[in-house]
Each structure stands twice: as structure tokens, then as C-alpha cells.
Design a binder for this molecule. Sequence first.
Ligand SMILES: [Zn+2]
Ligand SMILES: [Zn+2]
Length: 438
Amino acid sequence: MAAEIQPKPQTRTPVLLNKIEASQDVVNTAVIIPKEDGVISVSEDRTIRIWLKRDSGQYWPSIYHTMPDSCSCMSFNPETRRLSMGMENGTISEFILSEDYNKMTPAQTYQAHQGRVTVVLFVLEMEWVLSTGQDKNFTWHCSESGTQLGLYRTTAWVSGLQFDVETRHAFVGDYSGQVTILKLELDSCSLVTTFKGHTGNVTALCWDPVQRVLFSGSADHSIIMWDIGGGKGTAIELQGHNEKVQGLCYAPHTRQLISCSSDGGIVIWNMDVTRQETPEWLDSDSCQKCEQPFFWNFKQMWDSKKIGLRQHHCRKCGQAVCGKCSAKRSTIPLMGFEFEVRVCDSCHESITDEDRAPTATFHDSKHSIVYMHYEPTMGWLLTSGADKVVKVRQTQCLLRQRLDRQPNSDLFSTNWSFDQSQIFSHQIFFRVEWNTLI
Ligand SMILES: [Zn+2]
Ligand SMILES: [Zn+2]
């Protein structure tokens, strides 16, 4: 990846509205309170804090509550003002916040896990609290009764969890790089499918219930868009980060994906373009352009008395080519390559300037991001950093105007289900060869 050239940073950048710096340790999750000038944060320092903007323009805590252990994750439902918070000791505690955000009343406690709670997700429609922990258990509890409804053993630690209310499918992304789809019933679940496209941990998942698309982000720096609703097993790669992807948020009205990485990079992707899948890499004993043998092809090398060449792959056509026939580099934004990658000479000629028009903008949050939250009604983007600082930015200038689109029967179809076709085979292995990317 040494030869990577990053696209030029955009002149329009998200405007920093505020910084919150009071935490003693990393803020593991923080969310913007919609329609309020406020933020809820839960931290490794054991505190839950509600920050409201005062006349001075600064955020001051209206609630400061210390928990018995580190607060590892949180889910907030603005409609009911229900705060579900997971801890290091495996417990999930729930509170109801008062309308003015000055008071917090305990609502429920669940002894959900044996170790740190890694993700918690409250689903109002089902009255379920879904959670995953370091004990590798995925559980769901009834938020009314507090009882555990079901449990599923995952193969590795889970770091991403999403739920589709309509079809009751849970998407579980784990440290082995795999995404598991489970169909949840009231007290049981069934494995629908698993798919694997990442070579590193899945670090974040984001589900768009309208287009039925799942985004997965990984420690391998990549994002994959899984077109679940399309039913064809289409998987689109997005390569725009130089470090581990830490968070993914989708802005449905403008069809933009916001991703962030641990090096502070924020990428805003235009998903309102027709993107292409990357090709399978072809295997060949000789360059598919000049026909010179690759170095392991001893027979042909011996016969033709030629020295073998190193094999590379063109990212556009997938052909196996030698270095000489693929000396040029290009971005291929519609294939998700916002950075320059190796292409063969003929593909290089075929790529026009129009094809090279970036489909993403790149920004620097100036801290190592551990968590990100996007609030679509205000266009605010929150990032929490390893530097214990929470930053709130206005991104309205970057997000395109709301698109006036007619509801399309394909996109808004409600009879979608996994069971109607077996197009998604039980395991899809999507080939990404990172170690040989250049
Ligand atoms: Zn060649
Ligand atoms: Zn090519």
C-alpha cells in the first residue's frame, strides 16, 4: 500500500460546534439528543453524563451518575427516553430520563453476560433489549418483564449488532470477520446465513431498512455493502480508509454513508450512484497481456529460457498481469477504490476522467475515533476519541439536499424475506486479498 495517493481533501469541512472534555477516561458511546442541544455520554470512567448546552454556549452536565463498573456501551431511544447501558461486569442497566433531561429514574437491570457487554440495542417495537458480550453470547431480554428470552452462542466476540424490526432478523458482526444473520422468535432463533468478506475483525455494522442494505466495517480498513434485499448476493467494496474502520452511519434521505476510522478519518460516501462489484482475481501461469510466464511456471520458463515475472492483478478487470503490463495506477471510485490502485494498461486507457470523479469526500476529525453517532434531523455528527474528548460537528453543508424520489416498489417492498429464495448460499466467501493489494 506504499504507493497510495490520497484524494485531495475537500475545501468544505464539517464545522466544529463544540468539544466536551471533562471525562476522566474514554467515552465508549455518546449520542446526540434529537431536537435538544444535548449529548448523553457513557464512559470507561464509570459515569453516565447528560450534557445540555447552556447560555454560555458550552455543554454542562445536567446529570452526572456514577455506576459500579465501567460503562462499555449504550443504546438510547429518544421516543421513550429510555437509556440502556452495558457494563464491564456483564450487567445492563436501564434508566428513563425525564423530559427536561435533568433526572434519571432506574427502570430495569439485566444480568445479561459473564463479561463486558460489547453492544446493547433497545428495540422499542418488540420491547426487546438485544446484547452481546465478551462471553460470546448474543442474548435478548424482554424490557417489560426483565427476563431473558433467548441466547445464541457466537463463534467470536461481537462488535457489531443491527436488527431489522420488520422481519426480526439480527445481524451479528464478529472478531473472526464474519457476519451472521439470525431470525429471532420470541424465545428461540434460527441461523439464516453467514457471510465473510473481511480479512480482519468486523468493527461496525449499519443496516438501512429501506433499501435492505447492510454495511460492514472492518479492521482490514475496508467497508463492504451487502445488498441483502437485492437477493443476488451482491457485495460492493468501499476502500477509503488507511486504518481500522471504527463506525458507520447511514443518512437515508440523502443516501450517504458516513464512515470513520481510528486515524481520525471521516469519509462521506455518495451511495446514490450505481456501484460495481470488484472482479474475481483470475489465476494464470503467465501474464494475461504479454504472455510472459510467472516465476512459478518453471516448465514454460525452462522451455522459453525466460526469467519468471511476479504476478499482479488489475483491480478493474481482475486479470493476472506482470508489473510491466500494469505499471499505471488509477482510482476507480465506482468500484469503491477512492485511492489509486494497480490497473492494467488497457483498463487504464479505458478509464475516463469522468469515471475518476470521486464519489466520497474526506475529512479529518483530528482525534483517534472510538465511536461515532450521526443525528439526521439536525445533521450533527458526534465523534468520541481515544483522547477522551467528544466533538460535535455540523455536517449539513456536506450532506446533499434531500432527494425528491418517488417511492419505488423495489426499494420500498415490504414482502422481502430471506426465505423466498436461496440466492444467499449458506456461506459466501467474498475474495479480498489485502496482503497483495499493490
Ligand atoms: Zn505482461
Ligand atoms: Zn485490466
